[in-house]
Design a binder for this molecule. Structure first.
Ligand code: SAM
Ligand code: DTB
Ligand code: SF4
Length: 365
């Protein structure tokens, strides 16, 4: 059995990524079988609990307030609404709910307290709860853990070098710091990225170096194909080819043998055969439900039909790590610190992000 390594180099990863496809598939599938049941796939449902109006300038994101996309912003959902959606997700076969908020970072206060109640409510439904709320402090991560959070998603998105071409409102080190803060708790780490943003193969390998050299490696790594959204700086990016996705999934599987590799955004553009090759190459997790956060995803019935065709079975919750205990707010050991951490603001200018911002203003006038 392959040992998990934390010293992968970019050159080694590039060599893997560029292997003849049959060799790459064989190697990835072999490693996959050593560490996982190849017929089981973890199924998560995304829930956008706070949509749009985000102050960040992530060049791929339809929820950034500065771009002129068709996303309609919403206030934070209520705990009751979230619970109802989670029950629906459970009934359709999901073992995990991932709640996303269009925030730069979590701010202590009533909205965060409400999110903690959502975590409590979903954990009590015996489902894995994941949150993706932007940057968090150690205290905030501890409060999420205490409420019963199972996973925290915080993507590195790309290589450190290419990051500055995508986002100017925060630095790579902020992302790493948040992952470190989550690691100080028992909450598992979910961190991955996006392909198809104009990055090079070196950047893809660079992102996998950054993820695989974390110790421990993330328990879950989502690989997203860019969903190119009109109005964002990346609206004209050409679609990711299925072969790139297969290579990226296989390489991720080889360098992070124990992690759950999630075939994430972009599945509406993939055929069943293409997805089957991704599962063969080591993907063992998907987002189900007809919506990701703001964009379409395959219908859940279609996915269940695909599972049946491929002989795949949805993974039960808490197979890898046992269910966390929920501590009620009244019994919490932690208080809100009202911290104002100094997350960085690199402030470099990304021309295409600036252009996208202006384009909307011009077309409106
Ligand atoms: N605001 C929080 C943050 O940025 O961490 C959480 C929500 S954010 C939408 C979560 C992730 O969704 C991003 O890190 C990015 O990887 C992914 N994402 C956003 N827009 C996307 C797009 N158009 N295509 C593919 N992935 C996307
Ligand atoms: C992840 O890596 N992909 C998900 C989840 N984590 C939060 C989000 C994909 C979003 C795609 C664009 C949208 O629907 O807005
Ligand atoms: Fe905001 Fe997250 Fe979108 Fe960036 S990816 S603009 S932080 S919601």
């Amino acid at each position: 059995m392959n040992q998990t390594r934390h010293d992968w180099t970019k050159e080694e990863i590039l060599d893997i990524y560029n292997k003849p496809l049959m060799e790459l598939l064989y190697e990835a599938a072999t490693i996959h079988r050593q560490h996982h049941d190849p017929n089981t796939v973890q199924v998560s449902t995304l829930l956008s609990i706070k949509t749009g109006g985000c102050p960040e300038d992530c060049g791929y994101c339809p929820q950034a307030a500065r771009y002129h996309t068709n996303v309609e912003g919403n206030d934070l959902m209520s705990v009751q609404q979230v619970k109802a959606q989670a029950l629906r997700a459970k009934a359709s076969g999901s073992s995990r709910v991932c709640m996303g908020a269009a925030w730069r970072n979590v701010k202590d206060g009533p909205e965060f307290d409400q999110v903690l109640e959502m975590v409590r409510a979903i954990n009590k439904l015996d489902m894995e709860v994941c949150c993706t709320l932007g940057m968090v402090t150690e205290n905030q991560a501890k409060r999420l853990a205490e409420a019963g959070l199972y996973a925290y998603n915080h993507n590195l998105d790309t290589s450190e070098e290419y990051y500055t071409e995508v986002i100017s409102t925060r630095g790579y080190e902020d992302r790493l710091q948040t992952i470190e803060n989550v690691r100080k708790t028992n909450v598992t780490v979910c961190s991955g990225g996006i392909i198809g943003m104009g990055e090079s193969e070196e950047d893809r390998a660079g992102m996998l170096v950054a993820l695989s050299t974390l110790n421990p490696q993330p328990e879950s790594v989502p690989i997203n194909a860019l969903v190119a959204i009109e109005g964002t700086p990346m609206e004209d990016q050409k679609p990711v080819e299925i072969w790139e996705m297969i290579r990226m999934v296989a390489t991720t599987r080889i360098v992070m043998p124990e992690t759950q590799v999630r075939l994430s955004a972009g599945r509406t553009e993939m055929t069943r055969e293409g997805q089957a090759l991704c599962f063969f190459a080591g993907a063992n997790s998907i987002f189900a439900g007809d919506k990701l956060l703001t964009t379409p995803n395959p219908d859940v019935n279609e996915d269940m039909e695909m599972f049946k065709q491929l002989g795949l079975i949805p993974q039960k919750p808490f197979i890898k790590i046992s269910q966390p205990q929920t501590v009620e707010a009244a019994d919490s050991q932690f208080t809100s610190l009202g911290e104002k951490p100094k997350w960085s603001r690199p402030g470099h200018t990304i021309e295409r992000n600036e252009l996208a911002k202006e384009k909307g203003v011009v077309s409106k006038s």
